[in-house]
Design a protein around this ligand. Structure first.
Ligand code: 26Q
Length: 807
């Protein structure tokens, strides 16, 4: 049935109402009486989707007609979260949809809660990819995201008796109304086999082949200007059921190819900043990279004929090294399939590819055992050797030392030989960027020092950003309305305009209105956490929040030890005027990361003990929120007073949570690490609490006989807290539970918890003092909101577009 009323941005509630009923009947297959909430949810998405599709097709047509350059963002992770509210709001249809649903007695926000989070990512890197996709569409830049359509995304975390338990996440169990399968966009992906010399060319004859099939999801930009495509690959066996085997009675053997294809897209590796060396991971990387590069080259040749002009029409950005094999795969297509000379292909490849680095942690730098790589990708290994010989000869010509040459090599020769994915990405790209100023400088002086000496113009900085649509407009409508009243609505299109709030920072009336919004966000969070955890929270307490992946370098342990010290002091000095605090923790640990899981248990042990101790009264509560994800972040961040960004300096590449909190009016307590430094530069020293060693001091301390034991023994608060944890005060059922963890602090303390403790503790007490002056606290909140507009991912993407992609 065709509709009389096409939907578009600006449609009226009545148009939507007609449409939604039609969709409910003809596409969901229910009438109004039989429809369950989930049917209404699906009908709502499909109705909105119809409006989106019209813009989508227009955007695609425009791009083809203008023959413009496209951006391709290759990422093994897209941590999207829910799409409905974001898409509605970007299409400008929220109010109309609300009204239309109300006619049927339905509440839009209740339907929104039925949408599962698309959690196809671990943490910062995956969430950044999602923010970038939204900003690309908002800035009207033709772009495709490429990734894997994992059947199971990031695991669901349950807390059993304080311990993390991982459960499979099944976001597709009710179907996914946002995606379009594109069976016509399918590519063959080879593995293994051999390379044969055909005289003037070589041919790779893979031993196995799997088919990659595209699923497209529309990505709507702000004000519905442009809709781009997120293309996620699934895998299928070429021959899904081997009938000869099946008929011969081998029912399982008949299906093994399909099972192997399925394994490729079954699950997201749940490791954040700690790569696993498993073969399946390398297969996943090649699978999605090869499909994406084939798709990009096919599209280019189809419209522009000559593959040599690829760099004029395509910019490929690698989100970390996970798609690094793109360098070799693009070379293979150019040389083996399209017949380019190696040198020419090499220039095309470098001009097309850019690489973003997200971590300097040595253990997170990806490398693969050479025999494994060669067995799986024999032709790519040859190409990597050929690239390497070119690069190393250049290094030799530049008179580099043997040591430098060995550091530049794509093959690590120390011990068992390994292929270095970061070096491959570096040499194959014209641009290599870090994600915050400090991180970029450290890239030049540490891991990439020698590559930087050889190619000194390639490294550049692109400080991360977050989309203000999701991380302000959508998650904090109360704050948005107060800001609108104060400075008008120009900030909705340009967050730099938030700076107009600076003139009003000391306006008591504005401070009060913002404080009222914060309080109501805290009440809403407290209500939600009461249902989740049973714990009752005082919305007038200071909400102190650390939500992020659990990792030793992020130092949740520092926060927990300080919490124990505070607990002790409240008990020892009940006569003092303590500022009531709620400590909120959330985050997942990689399943194989022992200490991270132990830290979760410690948080829960501490919470149980403190929350049931009448001697602290209502002054201190500790909550560990299970299954922290994007949707929870959207509830927690607008309700935070204090944002914990306390990584060991030099270790957090950027952080992006830090930006979200500041944008929503929380003060930051943090180290001079990642983007914290740039946040401090913008909000001003008076509006942020900085403590701890600098990155230089961290390096110096580690290099000069750091003695944590001496520090612990000379700090009474620290000593007391560590001793309490170590001796089983929080784990009476297993007194030795934290012995090794605490011994680690005495004996090595790689993350410098002891060195930074006193500075942190002092900074926390100074926060208490600030809190007791509400007017000053509110002025600081306003100055935070006013001055972090720069951290919009729109600004970041503009910089990529201008400096790297030339679009
Ligand atoms: C690699 C190989 C095998 C298995 C897993 C991995 C792997 C997966 C995820 C390695 C690293 C990651 C994730 C890294 C990450 O999230 N880095 C964060 O990136 C953010 C966006 O730039 C920064 O803000 C954070 O500081 C950085 O930690």
């Amino acid at each position: 049935m065709s509709l009389d009323v096409p939907l578009s941005p600006g449609s009226k509630a009545a148009d939507i109402d007609v449409h939604i009923i039609d969709v409910l009947r003809h596409r969901v297959g229910k009438d109004e009486r039989a429809a369950k909430p989930h049917d209404w949810y699906t009908a709502t998405v499909l109705t909105l989707r119809d409006a989106i599709i019209d813009v989508w097709m227009e955007s695609t047509r425009d791009t083809y007609d203008s023959a413009g350059k496209r951006v391709y963002y290759l990422s093994l992770e897209f941590l999207i979260g829910r799409l409905l509210r974001d898409a509605l709001s970007n299409m400008g249809l929220t109010r109309e949809m609300e009204l239309a649903l109300r006619e049927h007695g339905l509440d839009l926000s209740a339907l929104e809660d039925l949408e599962p989070d698309a959690a196809l990512g671990n943490g910062g890197l995956g969430r950044l990819a999602a923010c970038f996709m939204e900003s690309l569409a908002s800035l009207d830049i033709p772009a495709y995201g490429y990734g894997i359509r994992y059947k199971n995304g990031m695991f669901r975390q349950r807390i059993d008796d304080g311990w993390q338990v991982e459960l499979p996440e099944t976001w597709l169990s009710h179907g996914n109304p946002w995606e379009f399968p594109r069976r016509e966009s399918a590519y063959r992906i080879g593995f293994g086999g051999e390379v044969v010399d055909r005289g003037d060319a070589v041919e790779w004859i893979p031993a196995e082949q799997i088919e990659a099939i595209a699923y497209d999801t529309p990505v709507v930009g702000w004000r519905g200007k442009r809709v781009n495509t997120l293309r996620l690959w699934t895998a299928r066996a070429l021959d899904p059921i081997k009938l000869d085997k099946f008929n011969a009675g081998d029912h399982v053997g008949a299906l093994v190819d399909e099972a192997e294809a399925d394994a490729l897209v079954r699950v997201l590796y749940p490791a954040d900043n700690t790569p696993s060396g498993l073969e399946l991971r390398l297969r996943q990387e090649f699978f999605f990279t090869s499909a994406s590069i084939q798709d990009i080259v096919r599209r280019h040749v189809q419209y522009h004929t000559d593959v040599r002009t690829l760099p004029d029409k395509a910019a490929i950005q690698l989100n970390d090294t996970h798609p690094s094999v793109a360098v070799a795969e693009l070379m293979r297509l150019l040389v083996d399939i399209h017949g380019l000379e190696f040198n020419e292909a090499w220039e095309v490849t470098k001009a097309t590819i850019g690489y973003t680095n997200h971590t300097l942690l040595p253990e997170a730098l990806e490398s693969w055992q050479l025999p494994l790589f060669e067995r799986l990708l024999p032709r790519h290994m040859q190409i990597i050797y050929a690239i390497n010989s070119r690069v190393l000869r250049e290094a030799r010509r530049a008179e580099m030392t043997d040591e430098q040459i060995s550091a530049i090599s794509l093959v690590d020769e120390h011990g068992e030989r390994r292929v270095r994915m970061a070096n491959l990405a570096f040499v194959g790209a014209h641009s290599i960027n870090g994600v915050a100023a400090l991180h970029t400088e450290l890239m030049k002086t540490t891991v990439f020092a020698d590559l930087h000496a050889l190619y000194p113009t390639r490294i550049n900085n692109k400080t991360n950003g977050v989309t203000p649509r999701r991380w302000l407009l959508k998650c904090n409508p109360g704050l948005v309305s107060v800001i609108k009243d104060a400075i008008g609505d120009g900030f909705l299109d340009d967050t730099a305009k938030l700076a107009d709030l600076n003139a009003l920072a000391d306006d008591a009336a504005l401070g009060e209105r913002i404080a009222e919004v914060k309080r109501s966000n805290k009440v809403a969070l407290a209500t939600h956490l009461k249902t989740l955890t049973g714990i009752r929270l005082d919305p007038d307490a200071l909400f102190d929040v650390q939500i992020k992946r659990i990792h030793e370098y992020k130092r949740q342990l520092l926060n927990l030890i300080e919490t124990v010290a505070l607990y002790d002091q409240i008990r020892s000095h009940p006569e003092r005027d303590w500022v009531p605090r709620v400590k909120i923790f959330g985050g997942k640990a990689a399943p194989s990361y022992h200490n991270a899981k132990l830290i979760i248990k410690l948080a829960n042990d501490i919470a149980r003990r403190i929350n049931s101790d009448p001697s602290v009264g209502g002054l201190l509560k500790v909550v560990f929120v299970a299954n922290y994800n994007v949707s929870l972040a959207e509830r927690i961040i607008p309700a935070a007073d204090l944002s914990e960004q306390i990584s060991t300096a030099g270790m957090e590449a950027s952080g992006t949570g830090n930006m979200k909190f500041a944008l929503n009016g929380a003060l930051t307590i943090g180290t001079l690490d990642g983007a914290n430094i740039e946040i401090k530069d913008r909000v001003g020293d008076a509006n942020i609490a900085i403590f701890g060693l600098t990155a230089d001091e961290v390096a110096f301390t580690r290099a000069n006989n750091y003695n944590p034991r001496a520090i612990i023994e000379s700090s009474p608060e620290l000593f007391q807290a560590i001793t309490a944890i170590q001796s089983g005060v929080f784990s009476p059922d297993d007194p030795d539970r934290y012995k090794d963890l605490m011994d680690g602090l005495y004996d090595s303390d790689w993350f410098l918890v002891a060195a930074d403790f006193d500075g942190y503790h002092t900074a926390q007490r100074a926060i208490d003092t600030r809190w007791e002056n509400p007017a000053a606290w509110r002025a600081s909140c306003i100055r935070n909101i006013a001055n972090v507009g720069w951290f919009s991912s729109d600004r970041t993407i503009r910089e990529y577009a201008k400096d790297i992609w030339n679009v």
